[in-house]
Design a protein around this ligand. Structure first.
Ligand SMILES: C[S@@+](CC[C@H](N)C(=O)[O-])C[C@H]1O[C@@H](n2cnc3c(N)ncnc32)[C@H](O)[C@@H]1O
Length: 275
């Protein structure tokens, strides 16, 4: 008797087909993206961060103001990239300032020029200090929108004669510039810091170490606008900290100011490598 040959069942998968197959790549439960898509998104975000960063360092602040007005999302995109970079640093200047300023007397008024996401004001919110935070875009809560290299919306004046003076500011005790001297016209921010500081007020500057080709030249420029350096701390591998005190100075002519302002290239732009 002829045995009937068993035909492979068209509907039933063969044993090899019964093995679990990775039909679709694993999807991340939080972002809803596959690992390939996540990798592509990260490199696009990184490229966008580096593009915004370069523009902020290589143009006048008026260009930064224009860019943020046209597309305020740029501010958040920049800050999520910046936070990502800072995570890899051993420490960051804002944490240093939070712990240092925590012990300042009650009611000290601090102006944070180029505050980013206002980490300083948030970090000091439980202390009896007053932190006024300024940056290119407001968050509607902590941050006042202002171009710190043009005019900080706080009172204060410059000397009006050849007689040395400290102007007439009466509000701000401390100015903080943490990694915020970005536009090519950054010396104008130092001029504003002097204008708004009370007599004898403190200017704290933190800058990325790799931006300096000659630290003495930097200190000499700041000093020429009416400050005396108290301390310089370059122990950190990533940034250098400076403390200046406001001192009396005479008025400057427009020509003298143009000369100061033309020295913005003392600080090199800060360039981040591809992640
Ligand atoms: C590198 S981030 C540092 C932010 C913050 N100080 C910190 O340390 O976390 C520099 C900040 O300075 C701001 N900035 C630079 N130039 C500015 C300008 N002309 N006016 C206002 N903000 C400025 C940028 O928008 C950015 O938020």
């Amino acid at each position: 008797m002829k045995q009937k040959q068993k035909k492979p069942d068209a509907k039933k998968p063969s044993s090899s087909e019964q093995q679990p197959r990775n039909v679709s790549p694993a999807v991340d439960g939080v972002s809803g993206l596959t690992s390939l898509q996540k990798g592509m998104k990260e490199s696009l975000d990184g490229a966008r961060f580096r593009w915004i960063n370069e523009l902020l360092y290589k143009s006048d602040s008026s260009e930064a103001v224009r860019m943020m007005k046209e597309d305020p999302a740029v501010f958040n995109d920049y800050h999520s990239g910046f936070r990502h970079q800072v995570q890899s640093w051993p420490s960051n200047p804002v944490s240093h300032y939070i712990s240092q300023l925590s012990s300042y007397p009650q009611n000290t008024v601090i102006a944070d020029l180029g505050c980013g996401d206002a980490a300083l004001a948030r970090g000091l919110s439980s202390k009896k200090l007053k932190v006024l935070s300024f940056d290119l875009v407001s968050d509607g809560a902590y941050i006042v929108a202002a171009d710190i290299c043009s005019s900080v919306p706080l009172p204060g004046s410059e000397p009006s004669s050849s007689q040395k003076s400290e102007g007439e500011a009466q509000v701000v005790d401390v100015v903080v510039c943490a990694l915020s001297l970005m536009g090519t016209n950054w010396p104008q921010c130092i001029r504003e810091a002097w204008r708004i500081l009370k007599p004898g007020g403190e200017l704290k500057i933190a800058e990325v170490a790799s931006r300096f080709s000659d630290v003495d030249e930097f200190v000499s420029l700041i000093s020429s606008t009416g400050f005396k350096m108290k301390t310089k701390d370059d122990h950190n591998s990533h940034f250098t900290l400076f403390e200046f005190k406001k001192v009396p100075r005479t008025t400057k002519t427009n020509k003298e100011w143009s000369e100061v302002m033309s020295k913005g290239d003392i600080l090199k732009p800060c360039e981040y490598k591809r992640r």
